[in-house]
Design a protein around this ligand. Structure first.
Ligand code: AMP
Length: 459
């Protein structure tokens, strides 16, 4: 079996891996590290949980180390583009951990926090910069950063980038990167639009593909419970009474829903917090650190906010609401099966979510075991006893009469919009097409994203 020693990584990196208790490279690491060390471009089809961050971070650190030079002021030697600030922070954390025995400087640039500390960090030049596209463009526009000396660039979670409306920002960033560079491109899925973006970004890439969607789903023990929408809170409280659930991620489709569920749990004696795009960066960081440290047992999240959350030991993922995009289901349940661990996923499914369930079963090519709690007297009594203010005034997911919630049947457009509406707020980034096209003439880095728009919420 391949070990990290066989992959050609330098000693300081091997030491850091040993300290981090990584013994075996994951399949994507085995396949990606040698060609990236050799300077090849790479197309990686892999989702989070496969070890893809180390698959690019380790060979990049190796190359920067073997070819040491001081970065010029306001430049970076390696640029990693990430769709969300959470993911950007986590990638930077990984670079720092793997590079702990080196003097390589890592910085992050993302929205939702002040520009000045970032300007200060960039002033002397950095080895590795992890950035979200919107804020990166801000820095390029203000000449606090230039990319003409960037040796290697990574586009991570390209499918999310597209969903969040970052495609123009990425193209603009590509234009100011040197033609002579190494490029790595990662995406969990590879529809045609992503293939086209990759083709424009990469030169004769090595292609590696790991863990197809269905395989992740197989590692997680899944069940679905049919229940009336208004009785889900009572059912969740009942589920949470199980002491085996030591760390649970609860997913809702909407930000308000996330707040409501967190409040209901807390009021019921289960300390919980919510994480979504309407929370400030510090609130999000606090919720995450409370969850990591075990101060709270439950974190309630929306799909976009959960991107990049890498918390080990999540015993359960609970889908309070099923996602309308079936791939999100796989991403959600993957949070409980990190780095080869098994986990459990419980989905609460109301009548109007049945089409979502069918889409999920189709995508993952499985039937999910189900129990039926509709008409359950205990849940009815618990719901009746709920204080009035914890009940939603209106069911958030209610669609106009007769409209089916089936994303795949409604086409990509709806899906795109829904992702974007949360992404826009989550990073203060991403902007609908019609806004992006209104950039002032002659501006080199038209403000493609990064501005908070007062858009009505789509969900
Ligand atoms: P990623 O897919 O990069 O989000 O990584 C998923 C998780 O796997 C993270 O918690 C990593 O720290 C962990 N991980 C990455 N590589 C390895 C490895 N070779 N052995 C054990 N854990 C790993």
């Amino acid at each position: 079996m391949t070990s990290f020693n066989d992959l050609g990584l330098s000693q300081p990196l091997l030491n850091a891996l040993a300290a981090g208790k990584y013994t075996q490279p994951t399949p994507i690491q085995t396949q990606a590290i040698p060609p990236v060390i050799a300077g090849r471009d790479l197309l990686g089809i892999a989702q989070t949980g496969t070890g893809k961050t180390a698959a690019f971070a380790l060979p990049i650190l190796h190359r920067l180390l073997t070819n040491q030079r001081r970065p010029a002021p306001k430049t970076c030697r390696a640029l990693i583009l990430s769709p969300t600030r959470e993911l950007a922070s986590q990638i930077a954390e990984k670079f720092r951990a793997y590079g702990r025995e080196t003097k390589l400087v890592v910085a992050t640039v993302f929205g939702g926090v002040g520009m000045n500390p970032q300007i200060h960090a960039l002033a002397r030049g950095v080895d590795i910069l992890v950035a979200t596209p919107g804020r990166l463009i801000d820095h390029l526009q203000q000449n606090t950063l230039r990319l003409d000396q960037t040796e290697v660039v990574v586009l991570d979670e390209a499918d999310q980038m597209l969903d969040l409306g970052f495609v123009h920002a990425i193209k603009r960033i590509s234009q100011v990167l040197p033609k002579q560079r190494q490029s790595l491109f990662f995406s969990a899925t590879m529809p045609q639009s992503i293939g086209q973006l990759a083709a424009g970004f990469l030169k004769e890439p090595v292609k590696v593909e790991v863990t197809p969607v269905a395989t992740t789903a197989e590692r997680v023990e899944q069940r679905v419970i049919f229940v009336e929408a208004e009785r889900k809170r009572a059912l969740l409280a009942e589920i949470m009474a199980d002491p085996a659930i030591t760390r649970a991620l609860v997913f809702t489709r909407t930000k308000h829903g996330a707040d409501r569920v967190a409040r209901h749990l807390t009021n019921g004696g289960v300390p919980a917090n919510a994480i979504h795009g309407n929370k400030s960066q510090s609130q999000r960081e606090r919720a995450l650190s409370d969850f990591k440290s075990g101060r709270i047992r439950v974190l309630v999240a929306t799909d976009i906010a959960a991107r990049g959350i890498d918390v080990s030991g999540v015993t359960h993922v609970i889908n309070f609401e099923l996602p309308n995009v079936p791939e999100s289901y796989v991403h959600r349940i993957g949070r409980t099966a990190r780095a080869g661990n098994a986990g459990q996923a419980i989905s609460l499914c109301a009548q109007d979510e049945r089409p979502y369930l069918r889409d999920i079963e189709k995508l993952t090519r499985q039937r999910i075991a189900s129990t039926d709690r509709r008409g359950d007297a205990k849940l009815a009594a618990a719901t009746a006893a709920e204080p009035k203010d914890s009940r939603p005034q209106q069911h958030q997911q209610q669609r106009p009469h007769g409209q089916r919630p089936n994303a795949s049947r409604h086409g990509a457009n709806q899906r795109h919009q829904e992702h974007r509406s949360e992404g826009q707020r989550s990073g203060g980034q991403g902007q609908p097409q019609h806004k992006r096209n209104r950039k002032p003439q002659g501006q080199r880095f038209g403000r493609a994203d990064g501005q908070r728009q007062g858009h009505s919420q789509l969900h």
